[in-house]
Design a protein around this ligand. Structure first.
Ligand code: HEC
Length: 215
């Protein structure tokens, strides 16, 4: 074989070998494979885990799928139909309170109100919280101003109605049932009542010693 023929052979072999990766890529683009794709940099993308219905030696009953803890109630399936949880008794809104109203309860209500309600309704309940101020500044056309508590309408709402507004929201207001426990919702109701009274007091609400100090 002449040197020339050898070089020609060598070039042909190099060309064929160089075509292999290209051919493999072309093949994998048109064929399907049940195998996971090549994934050299793992970054914890794949971790050991159990699939449903598998078994393990870790638990005495060898079940991977653990039974719910006794007493577990599926979300939304707990039957709570008493006044404390719904604000409704015998089909009517509760007008009093299903728990004792103490100073501690109102203080708790004040704290929860300041966190959850004041951003919209304002510290004094006029519907002028910071969120409302900002929405007005941005002239948001879809913004509905939070209701002021200081109208006869809201003053005359039964306590249970306000409790229900906090739990489930009302019209454009979102519910806070997932953020405040029933106890805290009643605490907020009591504080909303305190706010209303603070802005709508009569002379009879003023202790006598302060009345006498008037000129
Ligand atoms: C994201 C802003 C926002 C927050 C936070 C918010 N509200 Fe409201 N609230 C509104 C708006 C808006 C309305 C008026 C809804 C409408 O008329 O569409 C409203 C209405 C009300 C009303 C009047 C409902 C009626 O009977 O007409 C009450 C009472 C009330 N909110 C209490 C609360 C209490 C208590 C909290 C805190 C737990 C709270 N809101 C938190 C926005 C808010």
């Amino acid at each position: 074989m002449s040197v020339r023929t050898k070089i020609t052979f060598a070039i042909i072999i190099v060309l064929i070998v160089a075509a292999i990766p290209v051919a493999l890529i072309a093949k994998s683009r048109v064929t399907k494979s049940p195998k996971p794709r090549v994934h050299p940099i793992q970054n914890m993308d794949n971790q050991p885990r159990f699939k449903s219905q598998m078994y393990t030696a870790m638990f005495a009953d060898r079940r991977v799928m653990r039974p719910p803890v006794p007493g577990t109630v599926a979300r939304g399936e707990m039957v709570v139909d008493d006044a404390f949880h719904t604000g409704v008794e015998n089909g009517e809104w509760v007008t009093g309170y299903p728990l004792p109203v103490t100073d501690a309860l109102i203080q708790r209500g004040r704290e929860r109100y300041t966190i959850n309600c004041a951003p919209c309704h304002g510290q004094s309940g006029y519907g002028d919280g910071m969120v409302n101020k900002r929405a007005e500044e941005l002239q948001q056309p879809t913004w509905i101003q939070p209701t002021s508590y200081h109208t006869d309408d809201i003053r005359n709402r039964p306590n249970g109605h306000i409790f229900n507004t906090i739990t489930n929201g009302i019209r454009n207001m979102p519910g806070y049932g997932d953020k405040l426990t029933p106890h805290d919702r009643w605490a907020v109701v009591a504080y909303v009542r305190a706010l209303q009274r603070s802005q709508h007091a009569t002379l009879d609400d003023v202790p006598a010693e302060y009345l006498n100090s008037q000129p």
